[in-house]
Ligand binder design. Structure first.
Ligand code: PHE
Length: 348
């Protein structure tokens, strides 16, 4: 083979740009493969006149180096495009981003509520989701067949209850006031506790209602606890949760287990009281129910109602979360859509 021909091959080897891995492999076979150009050229070394052998050898070597260099360069590039190659090539590169979880917004808000009340001495109590009639209703002044039971459409459980442990039929608890009864039965005042948990009501599912939701209820029992204590505690909570400028108002209401009872509104956290569709242009939104614990409830739980008084309150975590993050449809909380959940990344 003439020197010109080898020069041409060198040029060809240097000019090559593969468009695919296969392309590169053809290139490798053509120049560096066992039956490739270079094997051929090396084999022909013997036939070259001795005085030209040195120059020939140098040219062939140049071709070999050019082909090897090209091959190495593009191999690296193709490998960098693939995941494996990347890791093999440079271990100092940042790893692929990993999908991390987030706290569910309801968890975030529950933790925040617990923190806010924790700062003023409330601890946390929990209880079972399957309750007996006594803890969910009777101890809380809901007499049998009383229409107040209809306020909370109940899921009953068709089980043969152990009559020693459970009184009356079993049900999924309709509120976490049932935990309050359990705490009052087992602890002596002063008691200051909040009771977070999931509750169940047989309601049609819509943007504003679900068959299960989450509550935090709380109560404080001691000597001389008054409605003023209730009001101040809830004002503190509202301002910690929704901002220092938040106002509260209490409207008379009815719950079987509190007397007097009230519902608490806060100045609308979305429009700051100016009026919007969340507060129905009233400037106020309801966030919880509350009242002074009815003395007969204290007595039901063997607490001396002449000596002690207490207040109680209960709120839905969904409601608080919807107001805090301007969420319009409650159903989204149980859909597990990561596009929704991801928006809470880094909070809490
Ligand atoms: N248990 C009530 C409810 O679920 C809320 C509440 C708790 C009201 C404590 C007053 C006092 O609606």
């Amino acid at each position: 083979m003439s020197a010109e021909n080898i020069d041409q091959l060198i040029e060809e080897a240097k000019a090559f740009t593969p468009s695919s891995k296969e392309d590169l492999e053809h290139y490798r076979l053509r120049f560096l493969g066992k039956k490739g150009v270079l094997t051929d050229l090396f084999a022909k070394m013997k036939e070259v006149a001795p005085e030209q052998r040195k120059a020939y050898g140098q040219q062939v070597n140049e071709l070999k180096l050019a082909a090897e260099e090209k091959l190495a360069l593009f191999r690296e590039q193709f490998e960098q495009d693939g995941d494996e190659g990347r890791a093999q090539q440079d271990l100092s590169l940042p790893a692929d981003p990993m999908a991390t979880g987030t706290f569910h917004p309801l968890t975030l808000v529950r933790r925040q509520i617990i923190k806010i009340f924790g700062r003023i001495g409330f601890n946390v109590s929990e209880g079972p989701e399957i309750e007996d009639d006594w803890h969910n209703f009777s101890a809380l002044n809901f007499p049998p067949e009383h229409p107040a039971r209809d306020m909370q459409d109940t899921f009953f459980i068709d089980l043969h209850a152990d009559p020693e442990r459970y009184q009356g039929p079993l049900a999924l608890r309709t509120h976490t006031s049932s935990i309050q009864v359990r705490v009052m039965e087992n602890q002596a005042p002063p008691i200051r506790t909040i009771c977070p948990g999931r509750v169940y009501r047989n309601e049609a599912i819509s943007a504003r209602a679900h068959c299960f939701f989450h509550q935090v209820e709380g109560f404080y029992i001691d000597e001389g606890v008054s409605f003023a204590d209730l009001k101040q505690t809830l004002l503190y909570f509202a301002q910690e949760m929704f901002g220092a400028e938040t106002k509260i108002r209490l409207r008379p209401s009815y719950f079987p287990f509190t007397e007097p009872s009230a519902e608490m509104d806060i100045s609308c956290s979305i429009c700051k009281g100016k009026g919007c569709n969340v507060c129905k242009y009233s400037g106020w939104v309801e966030i919880l129910g509350c009242g002074m614990i009815d003395p007969s409830v204290l007595e039901n739980c063997k607490i001396d109602a002449d000596k002690y008084s207490g207040f109680a309150f209960g709120m839905g975590i969904e409601r608080i979360t919807m107001l805090k993050y301007a969420i319009k449809d409650l159903r989204i909380f149980s859909e597990n859509d990561v596009r929704f959940l991801d928006q809470f990344k880094g909070l809490g």
